[in-house]
Design a protein around this ligand. Structure first.
Ligand code: PRT
Ligand code: ZN
Length: 222
């Protein structure tokens, strides 16, 4: 991770739903960034930390592979990578950060009746979270359901006839509602997570100091 530079690396989302609250958290920790958000890196002025600005989907692999010491990413993305077996044997430490909360839900056309997981038997479920969806289906003993991987526009999949149900992130529920869908099951509750480690030496000292500042911010919000 910090090889050569002597600075801790932390990967965060460059732009999107996680980014604003991540930068806000760093600011509340008393940290200021020396470069514009449009660059690949930003330097923290008050601590030896470099912020790597990336797509959220790349954060778990960057941390698991050691290119970044720490990362801030949605639990949905982290757990999907882990469930898909893409993080190897190294399972990074996790600290929930309490923002970017949302739910991963299985949704059905409003006219469908739903009372229990077995009702999903044999269905094709459109999702970008196949590993989490398949794990849940297996845990619930749902028979013959399959996932159809889509990277967007899941909510129109049932109308297109390419799926019978969807499994997607829900916040207000407005998107589902506008597309004639309703929540059948919540399979995962997500929030932003600090991932990383285990670290040693100077990198561990810097990471511990950062965590102390984050805990201070969290306490002041309680
Ligand atoms: O560019 P990059 O790959 O980095 O970003 P991205 O486009 O993949 O992700 P982004 O920025 O949209 O979301 C980042 C993270 O924010 C997600 O992984 C979640 O952890 C979290 N989050 C919180 C959400 C939402 N709320 C959310 N509402 N992610 C997506 N949505 C989508 C949802 O899928 C739905 O289609 O927003 C739409 C509206 O939701 P409703 O229910 O409020 O209508
Ligand atoms: Zn993404």
């Amino acid at each position: 991770g910090e090889a050569g530079t002597g600075r801790l690396r932390m990967a965060v989302q460059k732009k999107g739903r996680l980014a604003d609250e991540t930068f806000d958290l760093l600011k509340r920790c008393g940290l200021s960034l020396s470069q514009s958000k449009n660059r690949l890196y930003a330097r923290v002025q008050e601590m030896p930390i470099d912020i790597l600005l990336v797509r959220d989907d790349d954060i778990p692999a960057l941390v698991a592979g050691g290119a970044s010491d720490l990362g801030i990413v949605g639990g949905n993305v982290f757990e999907e990578e882990r469930a898909g077996g893409r993080l190897g044997s190294r399972v990074p430490l996790v600290k929930p950060l309490g923002f970017s909360k949302c739910r991963l839900c299985i949704a059905l056309p409003k006219e469908d009746t739903y009372s229990q997981p077995a009702d999903l038997g044999g269905m094709r479920i459109a999702t970008s979270y196949p590993a989490l969806t398949e794990d849940w289906l297996e845990r619930e003993g749902v028979k013959g359901a399959t996932t159809v991987v889509m990277n967007g526009a899941h909510e129109i999949a049932p109308r297109l006839g390419v799926a019978d149900a969807v499994c997607d992130i829900v916040s207000t529920g407005g998107t589902l509602d506008a597309n004639g869908l309703k929540v059948a099951e919540t399979i995962y509750r997500s929030e932003a997570l600090l991932i990383g480690g285990p670290l040693e030496g100077e990198a561990k000292k810097v990471a511990d100091a950062l965590q102390l500042r984050i805990e201070g911010v969290q306490r002041s919000r309680d």
